[in-house]
Write a protein that binds this ligand. Sequence first.
Ligand SMILES: *[C@@H]1O[C@H](CO)[C@@H](O)[C@H](O)[C@H]1NC(C)=O
Ligand SMILES: *[C@@H]1O[C@H](CO)[C@@H](O)[C@H](O)[C@H]1NC(C)=O
Ligand SMILES: *[C@@H]1O[C@H](CO)[C@@H](O)[C@H](O)[C@H]1NC(C)=O
Length: 456
Amino acid sequence: MAAVLMLVMLCGLRAAWADTPANCSWGQVAGVWEFHVGPGGYDRRLRCSSFTAVESFKATLLFPDVVMDKDGNKGFWTMIYNQGFEMVINQRKYFAFSSYVKEDDVVTSMCNATFPGWSHDILGQDWACYYGLQVTRGVPDVDPVTTRLVHKDDYERKFRNNHDFVKGINSVQRSWKAVTYPESHGMKLSNMASIAGGSSSALTYPQPTPMDEATKIAIKHLPKNFDWRNINGQNFVSDVKDQGNVCGSCYAQATAITLESRLRLMTNNTLKTTMSPQDVVSCSEYSQGCLGGFPYLTAKYAQDFGMVEERCNPYHGHSTPCMPYRADCRRYYVEDYHYIGGFYGACNEGLMMLEMVKNGPIPVSFQVYDDFRQYHSGIYHHTGLKDGWNPWKVTDHVVTLVGYGIDPTSGEKYWIAQNTWGADWGELGYFRIRRGTNEVNIESIAVAITPIVPNP
Ligand SMILES: *[C@@H]1O[C@H](CO)[C@@H](O)[C@H](O)[C@H]1NC(C)=O
Ligand SMILES: *[C@@H]1O[C@H](CO)[C@@H](O)[C@H](O)[C@H]1NC(C)=O
Ligand SMILES: *[C@@H]1O[C@H](CO)[C@@H](O)[C@H](O)[C@H]1NC(C)=O
């Protein structure tokens, strides 16, 4: 339980270090690109850290999610948060992280170039490495984005429960209750100095797209209250997990919970498997181990490489090297993954509700403020109060939405989310949060993932 505080700080961390420090926006990436591709014919074990390009092609990334080559062939592209972009054109998928340079603690994003990335045909059989260079930008220039990484000294202090802060939260509103959790013994905030920190990344979250008429009509037919933990008495959601206190693996945990729960509902609860987040943390090159990652790219990992079961690579919560491939470990694959709405920036409450009821739980990212850590029960919204004692920085976190509802007394709408801080936190490991107002950006980056039910 003491783990809770550290987790909050560890788990998303994409603000400054986590994930990669690149901070690229749609506007900086859209435009004409030249993609330089290495030799093809490899399988998925291909390493792309260094390679020689043997061919190149030009393509234009257009509004809002269309990519077009010089012959007029069209495909799809999306930003992945501020980290890079994925594109699908001419029967091939391409993904690479955006480039950046780091000098001391200042990072300059080079959104006009990518690091080496991975390309493969849509069946995943023919792999090649590639990188991209932007030729012309699609939208007018803005200054290069620099990010100052937060200095270690801020984190040399020990965390101490701030009872006044908790009292404050409970006195300014009645929607949710705050509580102090036991402190971690001797825990220093510096433990995560290398990864935690950075300022709010609020502006990197797009606003939800307004609901169109079809969505407004469709959601009228949905139940007012919906919970995958109780569908006519059946629970389709896998058990609450505890990600431990030193690893920002929330993105892998939430993706695992989503896949497990969706497999349960696709098989009427006959396939109750537990996936291994450790395998993602240790093996996926599409994420940064314990330093962070994204459900979108974890689902991509599951599509390209498959996820193994927990017992194959049990969770220990450190970025350990990837274990050699074991033939006796069944791999679970994903048929499809996409941002709800189609691409990053197209999400909204209605589309999330429709996806939830039709297809199952969904992973979401959101901003964690210091008051969230103290959540005990009720419908969370950010109070704006600050924990004056602890040098808190806003970070990001990933959890799994499993339902939604309306409070019968207050009429307040909420999402139901499973957290990964153990069953002692919040409402038996869950929390509820305001719905329909993009509270702490929770309605801006939801992902739909469709697993493949394996043959028995
Ligand atoms: C790419 O962007 C960086 C930083 O904004 C800039 O210094 C560089 O000149 C750009 N490169 C090209 C080829 O446009
Ligand atoms: C990322 O860039 C946006 C502008 O595109 C800026 O508002 C935001 O603060 C930046 N985030 C970080 C963590 O630097
Ligand atoms: C699903 O499982 C429940 C509980 O075991 C059972 O009552 C129900 O008939 C099953 N539904 C189908 C479609 O098999």
